[in-house]
Design a protein around this ligand. Structure first.
Ligand code: FAD
Length: 466
């Protein structure tokens, strides 16, 4: 009997994790399944790519992942990469937020926008006294009755006031998702905060109960992990396990239900039959393939927007760029700067810059600044350098510059996102065995994408009775 074939579309982290999981689980069950992972690009990894140049280690996409979401660390362990896992440099686990053109420490004891206590709030130099007073009133703001979704901006204005939104919440969240706070879904992107409100009636009260870890600030870098040789170690390891089952430079151009399964057209390669399909493409690319088999699903996929970002690595001699002992900074939109956020990469992780050198990485663009990611390289560099001059007094010409553009790479979860995803999944369940995975649906972070790939793999094995 010929073994069933499962076709995985896309070899970003979600598709690679899905392909790998299908192999591993089917082997564990003593069943033979044929896996094909088709990737349009010349290389695997999607947004994840590590480059080594002049003694620097440069991440073009993600440079780390949340260790508290288990899927990332667990997969590294399963792949035998545990010894390669490293955390951020402990002594530097703090970050800054720009205010009036200067770097201010993100107040200790804050969890993103939520203050740990009134004392923590009162001691912060980041907010005006009226702003602090309004944030303190959060203790008395009535719990929202509706359980429907709302935007980040609406949530923060309602609970903590406008100043907290503009000075802290917007830049902290933009530093992670590059999102427009007026559109970003609380339920999809930060469900922990509505949950804190529901459970405790107040974020400050919830924080008191949680006893936020002292000494950490900002987007809790202490909770992040990466790999000593860069994130690509993870995708390379998955790709190596898949071997020739992974077909790079192979675009999937069409998908049609056929009998109980699917026929996909690969370019090059022609038609390929599969019993099940895991689609790990970004939603707009998935929509192109769903037009024929399920136009209603394609239309829903097109309602998930994506934003573009540009990142700039800059390498200096250490004495030319005195980086604070911290992870980096975020810039509120109200500051009117080109830079959205910056990582002090050589402070954040060991082994990212040659001895005596400093490495920075600046982010620009995003959902509210789309055009910025399309500016020519010289203008991007000029504007980044102007910001670094003003904010950090770095005037030297960098000896290393790398500009990476990620066009349409950052999924944007708008209000109502989870309902849209549930509807997409409900409709897709009526098709022959088919599952979506990846950053478009239930989390943009690397661990979320890994989990979505693993879940999709298990779901398809189950549908095939394996
Ligand atoms: C600059 C940047 C920084 C980030 N930083 C972090 C971070 O620090 N931590 C974190 O957790 N997350 C971070 N993220 C988010 C995270 O990296 C992504 O959400 C995740 O890598 C997306 O993985 P994916 O597999 O869903 O999609 P992708 O990586 O986009 O992979 C999709 C793949 O599908 C392929 N494809 C498209 N169309 C076709 C087709 N027709 N046929 C075949 N293949 C096709 C593409 O070539 C691509 O390889 C960052 C993202 C970016 C862009």
């Amino acid at each position: 009997m010929t073994p069933p074939r499962i076709l995985v579309l896309g070899a970003g982290i979600a598709g690679l994790a899905a392909g790998w999981r299908i192999l591993r689980e089917s082997e564990a069950r003593g069943r033979h399944v044929e896996v094909v992972v088709a990737e349009a690009g010349r290389t695997h990894g999607g947004s994840i790519a590590t480059e080594k140049a002049d003694g620097y280690l440069l991440e073009s996409g993600p440079d780390c992942f949340l260790a508290i979401k288990p899927a990332g660390v667990e997969l590294c362990r399963e792949l035998g990469l545990e010894a390669n896992l490293i955390g951020t440099v402990e002594a530097n686990r703090r970050s800054f937020v720009v205010q009036s053109g200067r770097l201010h420490p993100v107040p200790e004891g804050f969890y993103l926008m939520a203050p740990g206590s009134i004392r923590v709030l009162a001691g912060s130099a980041l907010f005006s006294w009226p702003g602090k007073f309004r944030m303190g009133l959060e203790l008395f703001v009535r719990r929202r009755k509706e359980t429907t979704d709302e935007s980040l901006a609406s949530f923060v204005r309602r609970r903590l006031g406008r100043e907290c939104l503009e000075r802290l919440a917007q830049p902290m969240i933009a530093g992670i998702t590059t999102a427009d706070p007026e559109k970003l879904s609380m339920l999809a992107a930060m469900p922990q905060f509505p949950e804190m409100e529901r459970e405790h009636g107040s974020l400050i009260r919830a924080m008191r109960k949680r006893k936020a870890a002292p000494g950490t600030s900002g987007p809790r870098y202490g909770m992040f992990a990466t790999l000593d040789g860069g994130m690509q170690i993870l995708t390379d390891s998955l790709a190596a396990s898949l071997g020739t089952r992974l077909r790079t430079a192979t675009r999937v151009t069409a998908l049609r239900p056929s009998g109980a399964g699917w026929t996909a057209t690969l370019d090059p390669g022609g038609d390929l039959e599969a019993a099940a399909v895991v689609c790990a493409l970004p939603a707009p690319r998935a929509a192109e393939l769903m037009d024929e088999p399920a136009a209603d699903v394609a239309a829903l996929l097109r309602t998930i927007p994506f934003a573009s970002v540009v990142t700039v690595h800059l390498g200096y001699r250490e004495e030319e760029a005195a980086l604070p002992e911290a992870m980096g900074f975020v810039v509120p939109a109200v500051e009117g700067r080109f830079t959205v956020a910056a990582s002090f990469t050589s402070r954040k992780f060991p082994g990212r810059a040659p001895p005596g050198s400093a490495l920075l990485r600046v982010f620009a663009g995003g959902a509210t600044r789309e055009g910025d990611a399309d500016l020519p390289d010289d203008e991007v560099l000029e504007r980044v350098q102007a910001d670094l001059r003003d904010l950090m007094e770095i005037r030297a010409t960098p000896s290393l510059v790398r500009i990476h553009r990620h066009r349409g790479a950052m999924a944007q979860y708008h209000v109502g996102h989870l309902d849209r995803v549930a509807e997409i999944e409900r409709r897709a369940a009526k098709l022959p065995p088919f599952a979506f995975a990846g950053c478009s649906y239930r989390g943009v972070g690397v661990p979320d994408c890994i989990k979505s790939g693993s879940d999709a793999a298990r779901g398809m094995l189950e549908r095939l009775g394996i």
